[in-house]
Design a protein around this ligand. Structure first.
Ligand SMILES: Cc1ncc(COP(=O)(O)O)c(C=O)c1O
Length: 408
């Protein structure tokens, strides 16, 4: 559908996150279809966008959830996603998180160290429940992406080396309290090359074969997330080739493929809408100051990430476009949303649309500078609705325990 962003800005104010659920549905279907003919579970990476309405929408399409905290597990459950479609990953799970996950009877806990396996075993024993587990293997493959979002090299904190994984599987097989049902790898995010995925899938599939030879029967082959999207002019991975790469790697094995996309499903189904406050020049440098900031969309400051910024006003009668840095009101030089963006002269109140903001946008938002987080709206089948209210000052101070009366 074509979204009337100007009407949404008028109705809900700015900064405003806007999502298109029809685009999410389409992305989900394309990926699911790529795996047609093979048992598969698409476990959406909740961290990318954890709004309950987004989770409910994906859950209704058939998606499961890949979670990295018990909070995310609870979000998925609240949104109606069945426990047997939920995976709980992460390098540092606390005891109470492990306990709750076991009580919830989720599909599997994805373990990232021997020490963690010992804790899970002990907690499972106390609860009298067998814990279904998978182990995150670090295949030591360079994903050729931004170093901050690369995770599959030994120098990264994620997963365990192949030899360690083998030891852990043997231990789990011999335990009354652990059921090793899955294997997992995730080499990085925003992947645009297939070769590292092929390499990692083959390494991990070979491990599955050698485990089968010693009686450890893995049932779920979890290839993580990481499918890249177009922010600028990237060439993305062809989904049919992606699926074929994985099915080829596991040929002859009876496995359900689990895939954990976040960004692929939601990044280009979301926008951040912002209004111009002022324009100014510092020497030769032109700045357009807007009402969104790094607390709303951190990716540019955090990774120098590029987001296309589109003017939603007709500036044709205002003179030549020239490069401007689009910056927010936060007191940090790193508070920018776009660099050297070609824009005609702007006026206070003009709208700018920041593209590809549906993933790692709102979920990374903070209250820095005591700024309330933006509202979220979704559009579906031609109608738009509010799915999260704008955060007020009162919302922000609600948990602070000192007396709230103003000092005289
Ligand atoms: C284990 C795991 N699975 C899935 C994802 C989702 O990645 P993406 O949004 O790139 O698909 C991540 C991202 O950090 C991850 O760490």
């Amino acid at each position: 559908m074509s979204i009337d962003f100007t009407a949404l800005a008028q109705k809900y104010g700015t900064p405003l996150y806007v999502y298109d659920f029809d685009v999410i549905s389409e992305n989900y279907r394309k990926l699911k279809e790529a795996f047609a003919g093979h048992k598969s579970l698409i476990a959406y990476a909740v961290k990318a966008n954890s709004n309950l309405s987004v989770l409910k929408h994906l859950g209704e399409l058939g998606a499961g959830a890949d979670c990295v905290s018990i909070g995310e597990v609870r979000r998925a459950r609240t949104a109606g996603i069945a426990p047997y479609r939920i995976i709980f990953s992460g390098v540092g799970k606390r005891d109470e998180e492990i306990e709750q996950a076991l009580r919830e009877e989720i599909l599997m806990l994805n373990l990232e160290s021997e020490a963690e396996m010992e804790r899970v075993e002990a907690i499972a024993k106390t609860l009298g429940k067998e814990a279904r587990i998978s182990i995150r293997v670090n295949p030591d493959v360079d994903p050729k992406t931004h170093p901050y979002i690369s995770t599959g090299l030994h120098e990264n904190k994620f997963g365990v080396a192949i030899e360690t994984a083998k030891r852990m599987y043997i231990r789990a097989k011999n335990s009354d309290w652990l059921d090793p049902v899955g294997i997992h790898f995730h080499i990085g995010s925003q992947l645009t090359e297939l070769e590292p995925i092929r390499e990692a899938a083959q390494i991990v599939a070979d491990l599955v074969r050698s485990l089968a030879a010693i009686g450890v029967e893995i049932r779920f082959f979890d290839v993580g997330g990481g499918l890249g999207v177009v922010y600028d002019e990237e060439t993305t991975i062809d989904l049919a080739q992606y699926a074929e790469t994985i099915t080829t790697a596991i040929r002859g094995l009876d496995l359900t493929i689990v895939c954990e996309p976040g960004r692929y499903l939601v990044a280009n189904a979301g926008w951040l809408l912002t209004r111009v406050l002022y324009e100014k020049r510092n020497g030769d440098k032109r700045f357009v100051i807007v009402d969104a900031a790094m607390n709303d969309l951190l990716r540019p400051s955090l990774y120098k990430a590029y987001h296309r910024i589109e003017p939603l006003f007709d500036g044709s009668d205002r003179g030549e476009a020239s490069p401007a840095d689009i910056v927010g009101p936060i007191c940090e030089s790193g508070d920018w949303l776009g660099k050297e963006v070609a824009l005609p002269p702007t006026r206070s109140g003009d709208l700018l649309l920041i593209h590809s903001a549906g993933a790692y946008g709102f979920t990374m938002a903070s209250n820095y500078n005591t700024r309330g987080r933006a509202a979220e709206v979704t559009c579906e089948g031609g109608a738009c609705r509010l799915i999260r209210k704008r955060e007020s000052f009162e919302d922000q101070i609600r948990l602070e325990t000192e007396p709230l009366e103003e000092k005289q």
